[in-house]
Every structure is written in C-alpha cells, then in structure tokens.
Design a protein around this ligand. Sequence first.
Ligand SMILES: [Cu+2]
Length: 167
Amino acid sequence: MNGNTGRSVCGLTAAASLVAALSASIGRAAEATYLPDATASKVVTVTRGETAAAGIAVFTQAVAIKETGPKETVARFGEVYAFSPPFLAVHQGEPTMISFRNLQPDDEHDFMLVDPAGNVLMRVMLPPLQETSYVFTFHRAGLFTFYCTMHQPDMSGQILVLAPKRG
Ligand SMILES: [Cu+2]
C-alpha cells in the first residue's frame, strides 16, 4: 500500500528530513526521477540494456505490511519494507548489472543512489511486479548508500565499490 499511510509521525518526520537533506544537497525535488548527469557520471555511469561483466539481483521485501501483519508491528512501526540484500559489493570499473525486482503487487518503490560525499546521483522508480535493470559502472571506490525514499528509514542499503580487479 501507499508507503506513508499508517506510518507514525516519528517515521514521517525522519523520512521527510532525510529526503529534504538529500534533495537540498543538489537542489532537486525528490519527486523527480533522473539518471546521473554529466557531473555525477564522473562518479558512476548508468545505462540500460548493455552487456555486463557481473550481475546482482536485489528484491524488495515486505517485512511487515497491512495485508499479512503482524498487526502489532504495523501499528507500532507502520509498514516495513527492506531491500534484499541490503549490502552489495562491486568492483570499480566493472560494468555490473543490478536487477531490482519489486515483489509487491501494489507498492511502488524507488532507488536513490548517494555517493560517499553525500551527493545524490540518481533516482529511478521500481514499479510493482516489475524487474528494473541498469548497468552500473562505478568510477570511484568507496561506500555508496541507497534509499527507497518512500519507505524511510527502513528501506536502505549500501554499495561498497572495491578497487579495480587486477589482471
Ligand atoms: Cu520502498
């Protein structure tokens, strides 16, 4: 169901402040969807449908939702979703296809990628019951973070970009 429906005021505030902070850093509305621009492409290149050297599948997992409960959990925390797995490791310079599968029949998710310096690089939608794939080529090593802006603070993850492979 709609991400923020039934959420606690506390959760809403945390989500709102996170999104505001992320958006403010680049002056773009959180509602917009975009791939990395010229500046962000120096950090990561993102394309569709290209062949990749590596592949990772990421699912959207419903941890506690209205339809299936537990009721007490939803009452206390609102609906809780997670990225699975929430932690990915890729190599710098290696085109890596990440396929996001939204497993929910009626819930939108999104994917917002943030670099180690806190700059928002991209935001794309992950529509219900669809697989959305992009090929990511990271040009810098470091710890990147990602968020579903609709389900904060629970739906977050990290991508560790390792040094380039040798040989
Ligand atoms: Cu979500």
